[in-house]
Design a protein around this ligand. Structure first.
Ligand code: 5RP
Length: 302
């Protein structure tokens, strides 16, 4: 039995109003505690942004270059990312449960690269996302695609399920080959996703009008990486996206296909959280890479 608490006087401070801290994630002020807490596992409260690593490519294209062994090549990178976007298969089989960052679980799927990619269905029960401790679920939305409405409805169904349990939905604006990734298209696609309830929208960077896309989207936009560029160009693209209002990045190939993924993810995180300028971020990448290479040579692994 604990001793009776007899210390006096108590510190009720009746003249001080209840502390009210506005929630920092764009558009998320009206959500319940659980939803906000999950968003805060993806977006860092100090910067308000996220450096997310996407490794879910296998769900439609099989063993992607750089992702052949997620256990060996991706698991060691997890400490450098704010959140990891992946499938439940990879999570359970290849990522240690000791990880503490955010988990964004792939929740749509169906067609492979051999078929029409827009013909997706919901491929994850919200209960499994909860069981795995996910911070959000991710779904493709193919605006202008063959199965446009089906993918929008996949998203709204996940949003409805997510609202029941406090699980955010990240909508990925997937662009078919025949569509142009310009501000007009990306502005349309991102806005539709936000209007219909997604709490986070992932989209591509475009040279013209990206600031209008982020301003016109009432929830955070995270930039998708896209095809592999040089490290310098990828850092430049990330910098521009953040400078023009993106709340972070969700990059895959430009990190895990880099000559030194561990160095690249740290350089990307510096751009995202510290607004490190591209030339300095690239130097940081080169310095980290050199240190990692030296360590490997010393240990005989180089
Ligand atoms: C699949 C996805 C991927 O997670 C992501 O877009 C791929 O990342 P990257 O393009 O940076 O390799 O959403 O469509």
């Amino acid at each position: 039995m604990p001793e009776a608490d007899q210390s006096e006087p108590k510190q009720f401070r009746p003249d001080v109003p209840q502390a009210r801290t506005p929630f920092f994630v764009k558009g998320a002020g009206a959500y319940d505690w659980g939803m906000q807490n999950r968003l805060a596992r993806i977006f860092r409260p100090d910067s308000g942004r996220t450096a997310m690593l996407a490794v879910d490519h296998g769900y439609f294209q099989g063993p992607t270059t750089g992702l052949e062994r997620i256990d060996l090549d991706i698991a060691p990178l997890v400490v450098h990312a704010d959140a990891l976007m992946l499938t439940r298969g990879s999570l359970r089989s290849s990522i240690p449960a000791s990880m503490t960052g955010g988990i964004v679980l792939r929740a749509s799927g169906g067609p492979s690269i051999l078929k029409d990619l827009s013909d997706e269905q919901i491929a994850l029960d919200i209960e499994d996302a909860l069981r795995l401790g996910a911070s959000a679920v991710a779904v493709q939305v193919f605006i202008g695609g063959e199965c446009e409405s089906q993918t929008v409805i996949n998203m709204t169904r996940l949003v409805d399920a997510g609202l029941r349990f406090g699980m955010p939905v990240l909508a990925v604006t997937a662009v078919g080959r025949e569509l142009t990734r310009d501000a007009r298209y990306l502005g349309l696609a991102t806005r539709i996703c936000a209007e219909l309830g997604a709490q986070i929208v992932k989209t591509y960077y475009c040279e013209e009008g990206f600031a209008d896309i982020t301003a016109g989207c009432p929830v955070p936009i995270v930039m998708a990486g896209g095809k592999k560029l040089s490290e310098r160009d990828a850092l430049e693209m990330a910098y521009r996206a953040i400078d023009q209002g993106a709340a972070g990045v969700d990059m895959g190939r430009n990190i895990f296909q880099s000559a030194c993924p561990a160095a690249m993810i740290q350089a990307v995180a510096a751009v995202v959280h510290e607004m490190e300028r591209p030339e300095r971020a690239h130097q940081r990448y080169l310095d980290l890479k050199a240190a990692i290479d030296r360590g490997r040579q010393k240990s005989g692994k180089g």
